[in-house]
Design a binder for this molecule. Structure first.
Ligand SMILES: Cc1cc2nc3c(=O)[nH]c(=O)nc-3n(C[C@H](O)[C@H](O)[C@H](O)COP(=O)(O)OP(=O)(O)OC[C@H]3O[C@@H](n4cnc5c(N)ncnc54)[C@H](O)[C@@H]3O)c2cc1C
Ligand code: SF4
Length: 412
């Protein structure tokens, strides 16, 4: 039975309403929406196919450049990417590209369309470390080029933050399962429950494989020294991973929960707390609303769920049950007593034991190549935006970098 935590929030189209939405498309020449998708998914073309009721064709276009097109349709901040480029923005409202892509990929899943195909075997074998969106897309792209691929993943199942971060009410399990299963059917092998750097060394992977791609993301939540040793405190990523795993069952429900942070992760944690039944949830953000980090959609979702959001304050002290905040610009103080405190103040790279030279949270690299000609990086650990669709882009581009590097090595 679905729990309150799992109830979906994305609206669903019917066959007639999706056609209506697709008919609003102006069929622009040189469509700006297609240029604005980081992954190179081509909305102008798949919307045209929908207008002709060619849903298989539409699904093929979505998957051309994006093996995680189903997932992206649920989680992309479209207002920053494809929909920001839509020509209808200047007329009334942009086409709901994410919604149409959701309809197409939901139909693909329900009708069990088989779209991804492996390339002719080329006899080379690549290891991918990390089965988040970057590792998954890289694995699929390399398979489509004919490589043998083994993905090493420390968790029990592939998905990264898709399965252990983003809440199920925004990204249902069946959507992640379907995209991952299609990649598995391509012939990608997964070795889950294996931590590279501990269970297997990078040296052994380098010796066994033609190239190694590290896509280990930024899986650890940052903390603030002020809260060290406080038993009420948990990082947002640890909290969200647990709730996603237990589907919201068996969580203890505090009377007042405090979330510190103003990004999408903070909004997810605060909204999840409300969905679990916490009576009072207060989010306190360093940023003011005019510079807020969370997307408009996530902020609205948190507000609609009943979260109180206070902007512009920094936590400065813990006095008994109360956390004391000071305003960044004006002489004002805020004291909030809480039974549970969730810190959503950023994530750290997961690169221990991998021997990568790091620049803060990113591996030192150029065009996905590192100083070691056999090691490549992609996803949150590589430069660029930290979103799923960017992880897809980086995974695909890193796959191409590996392919050209191996071709160069062969011709030497
Ligand atoms: C709560 C939350 C909500 C988010 N919401 C959105 C959203 O709505 N839209 C959006 O676009 N983006 C969102 N993001 C960001 C997005 O999830 C990340 O940018 C994306 O997942 C990064 O992909 P990745 O593959 O680089 O890393 P990850 O998804 O972090 O995957 C890395 C994988 O590597 C594995 N790993 C780590 N170390 C090792 C090791 N040593 N050996 C083997 N495996 C290892 C990890 O277990 C993990 O599975 C959200 C992030 C969070 C935390
Ligand atoms: S993948 Fe994401 S950003 Fe790209 S077209 Fe689809 S919904 Fe838009």
């Amino acid at each position: 039975m679905t729990t309150a935590y799992e109830e979906k929030i994305s609206p669903e189209y019917t066959m007639s309403t999706v056609m209506e939405e697709a008919q609003r498309c102006l069929l622009c020449h040189d469509a700006p929406c297609s240029k604005a998708c980081p992954a190179g998914t081509d909305p102008a073309r798949f919307i045209r196919s929908v207008r002709f009721r060619n849903f298989k064709g539409a699904a093929e276009i979505v998957r051309e450049n994006n093996s995680l097109g189903g997932v992206c349709a649920h989680v992309c901040p479209t207002e920053r990417y494809c929909q920001a480029g839509c020509s209808r923005c200047g007329i009334d409202r942009p086409i709901d590209i994410g919604g149409i892509q959701r309809f197409v990929t939901d139909m693909e899943r329900r009708l069990q369309m088989e779209i991804l195909r492996p390339g002719a075997p080329n006899g080379r074998h690549v290891a991918v470390v990390g089965a988040g969106p970057a590792g998954l897309e890289a694995a699929a792209s390399l398979r489509r080029l004919g490589y043998e691929i083994t993905v090493f993943e420390k968790r029990e199942r592939p998905g990264g933050y898709l399965r252990y971060g983003i809440p199920a009410y925004r990204l249902p399990d069946e959507v992640v399962d379907a995209d991952v299963a299609a990649i598995e059917r391509l012939g990608v092998r997964f070795r889950c429950g294996v931590t590279v750097g501990t269970d297997v060394t990078m040296e052994s992977l380098k010796a066994e494989y033609d190239a190694v791609l590290v896509a280990t993301g930024a899986g650890e939540g940052k903390t603030l020294p002020l809260f060290d040793g406080d038993s009420r405190v948990e990082t947002a990523v640890a909290f969200l991973a647990r709730v996603r795993g237990n589907k919201g069952r068996g969580e203890s429900i505090p009377d007042h929960a405090l979330v510190v942070g103003g990004g999408d992760v903070a909004m997810d944690a605060a909204t999840t707390l409300k969905k679990l039944g916490v009576r009072r949830v207060t989010d306190v953000a360093y940023e003011e609303f005019c510079e807020f980090l969370a997307s408009a959609q996530e902020l609205e979702g948190a507000r609609n769920a009943g979260v109180t959001i206070i902007d512009g304050y920094i936590p400065v002290a813990v006095e008994g049950k109360a956390v004391v905040f000071r305003h960044r610009h004006i002489d004002a103080e805020l004291r909030l007593a809480a039974d549970k405190i969730i810190l959503a103040v950023g994530q750290k790279a997961d690169a221990a034991g991998l021997g990568l030279a790091m620049n803060g949270n990113e591996a030192q690299s150029r065009d996905y190549r590192t100083a070691d000609e056999k090691i490549f990086v992609a996803g949150d650990i590589a430069p660029g935006d930290k979103t799923v669709v960017w992880a897809v882009r980086k995974g695909r581009e890193a796959a191409r970098a590996i392919h050209s590097s191996l071709e160069e090595r062969r011709s030497r």
